[in-house]
Design a protein around this ligand. Sequence first.
Ligand code: SAH
Length: 197
Amino acid sequence: MRKRELEIRLQSVRNFEDPSSALEQYMTPATIAADMLFEAYSRGDIRGLKVMDLGCGTGMLSIGSALLGAGMVVGFDVDPEALAIARSNASALGADVDFRESLIGDVSEGADTVVMNPPFGCQTPHADRPFLERALALSDCVYSIHMASTLGFVEDFCGRRGRSVFWRRTYKYDIPHQFSFHSKERQTVEVAAVGIR
Ligand code: SAH
C-alpha cells in the first residue's frame, strides 16, 4: 500500500465522541499518522511484526499498522468509550487489531515495535514521560509523537537509558477548539515524530 492510500483510508477513522481533557484525548491527524507509520514500514519495523499502540484512543495508529501488514497489533487504552469507537473503526476498515482496556503502566508484554501518540503533558506536566518509560522497557523500537518543543527532553531521556533517536520529523497542525479552556478558535501546534532504538 502506498502512503497516500494509507492516508486516505485513515481519514475515515472516527474521532473521540466526548474527549477527556484530563486524558489529553487528541486524535492524531491521518496525514501525520500515515507519514510516521509509513516511515516505520519502510524501515522494516511493521510488516509481519508484533506492534503495540500505547494509549491507542480511537485506534488511528493501531489500524494504520494493521493496514500496513503488521503480524499482530495490540492497542491499549484506559478509556472504554474510546476503545468501543476503536473497535468499530477497525471493523469498518477491515483491520485486525486486539484492543484492550488497560493503564499503560500495567502493560507487561513486549513487542517488536511500539507506536504511540501519548498525552503531551499540556494538562498534566510530563504526562508523556511514563509512556516513554514504558515503551522503551517493552520494545527495542519505538515510534512516538511529542510536542516539538520537548524534543530535547525526549532525546536526553533516551540517551540516559542507552537509547537514541534515529529519526525525527516535525509537523505543524491546527488543533480544533475542542476543550473549553482553549481560548483561540484554532491553535497551531508543532509536533515531532521520532523513531527510537
Ligand atoms: N493514540 C491515539 C490517541 C492519542 S490521545 C491517536 O493517535 O489518535 C492519548 C490517549 O492516551 C487517549 O486515548 C487517552 O485515553 C490515553 N491515555 C492517557 N493516559 C493513559 C494511561 N495512563 N493509560 C492508558 N491510556 C492512557
